[in-house]
Design a protein around this ligand. Structure first.
Ligand code: GTQ
Length: 374
């Protein structure tokens, strides 16, 4: 792919010990004591650059939708807990991750259904794919969400959700940091003692308080590590992007991009996951870059193509695709008349807070990667 392929482990300074009968016997002896020789794994556990097991994948909504709908009569919500078809990266099956340490899945709720309340140390977010009528209750606050709205269920908040439509299901996408929290051996799970929460009297109260881009009286008392604003409806979010597109060029790598933020801190919506919405102008093709951190993208509007680690993936509204850490990627809007939008969530807050974030531009070919598939 790049010059890094010229690195090899034959160099001075890298482990290069050949096996001998004495060494093999020594390794066996160490293994009996739950010990090992570092030089047998040194090059693997200290790679030159990130070597994700995750591969780029695109899931077409047109393929998934009938499968998700099939689950509706097959399993009761009460029995399943959450009726979700998860998207599993072929390199991450043991962790149920879509990419890196991020989980995503499509959840379907039938007309009038309600899922019981629980809480866990993992954080969750939702992006609605189809159907009006969905609601969620987060720590006693009821929030209504419609198509392409974004909402959060931060770690340790009680949450339950359902669909109050009478005649159609709702399908929304869940994004969670379950693989991260499990990898850190820090997950906890509790079922609500009353099974369902008693929502407070004001629906959408976080939106009413914080949705106007002004800080309400008392906001300085908010000290939890996540956003007090729990929902971001599609229309004002898309409008904000269109306004920004009038004011600026945007990023060479992402087009016109904005982050959903915690209004009190200006930082990411949750301590482990951030979310963005980006707009590609008609015909726009961005330059390639790469960074540490994994990203799950959902096409929110229009159609386009993304090149990820040299592979082309065409997408249209509803499709979901992933970019593993340190993979080169670039996006293009395939329509000459309409803009295209991508919603995405990522683990950048983890990278930033641990001092692990790195980013670099693609050096050659006018900023574009050569592709291996047509
Ligand atoms: O709604 O809390 O897709 O706990 C997976 C695990 C959703 C949820 C998922 C969960 C949830």
């Amino acid at each position: 792919m790049t010059s890094e392929n010229s690195y090899d482990d034959e160099r001075i300074g890298r482990a290069r010990v050949n096996d001998s009968p004495e060494l093999l016997a020594y390794y066996e002896e160490l293994a009996k004591h739950e010990a090992g020789a570092l030089w047998t794994v040194a090059n693997e556990i200290e790679p030159w650059y990130p070597q994700p097991k995750s591969v780029p994948v695109l899931w077409r909504y047109a393929d998934l939708r009938p499968l998700v709908r099939k689950a509706l009569p097959l399993v009761k919500a009460d029995d399943a807990g959450r009726r979700v078809v998860m998207l599993v990266n072929p390199g991450r099956r043991e962790l149920s991750a879509a990419v890196g340490l991020l989980y995503t899945g499509l959840q379907i709720m039938g007309p009038g259904e309600a899922m019981t309340a629980h809480r866990h140390q993992a954080s969750a977010l939702r992006f609605v794919h189809e159907g009006a009528g969905a609601w969620t209750v987060v720590d006693g606050q009821k929030l209504k969400v419609g198509p392409r709205d974004f909402a959060i269920t931060p770690n340790n908040t009680w949450h339950e959700h359902g669909n109050e439509a009478e005649d159609h299901p709702v399908i929304w996408q869940d994004g969670l940091d379950i693989p991260l929290v499990n990898t850190l051996d820090a997950n906890f799970y509790e079922v609500h003692p009353e099974l369902y929460q008693r929502p407070g009297p004001v629906t959408n109260s976080s939106l009413l308080s914080y949705g106007g881009n002004l800080l309400p009286y008392g906001a300085e008392k908010w000290t939890r590590p996540y956003s007090p604003l729990l929902g971001w409806p599609w229309e004002p979010s898309y409008h904000a992007l269109c306004q920004l597109a009038r004011a600026t060029e945007g990023s060479p790598y992402d087009g016109v991009i904005m982050e959903y933020t915690n209004p009190v801190t200006g930082g990411p919506v949750m301590p482990t996951m951030a979310a963005h919405l980006q707009l590609l102008r008609p015909g726009q093709a961005t330059r390639a870059h790469r960074h540490t951190g994994s990203v799950v993208y959902t096409a929110a509007k229009g159609r386009g193509v993304s090149v990820i680690a040299g592979q082309r993936f065409e997408w249209q509204q509803g499709d979901i695709f992933v970019v593993p850490s340190w993979a080169w990627h670039e996006h293009a809007n395939l329509d000459q008349g309409e803009d295209a939008c991508l919603f995405s969530f990522n683990d950048f807050p983890v990278m930033h807070s641990l001092g692990l974030y790195r980013e670099e531009p693609y050096p050659d070919h006018d900023g574009h990667q050569p592709t291996t598939n047509p």
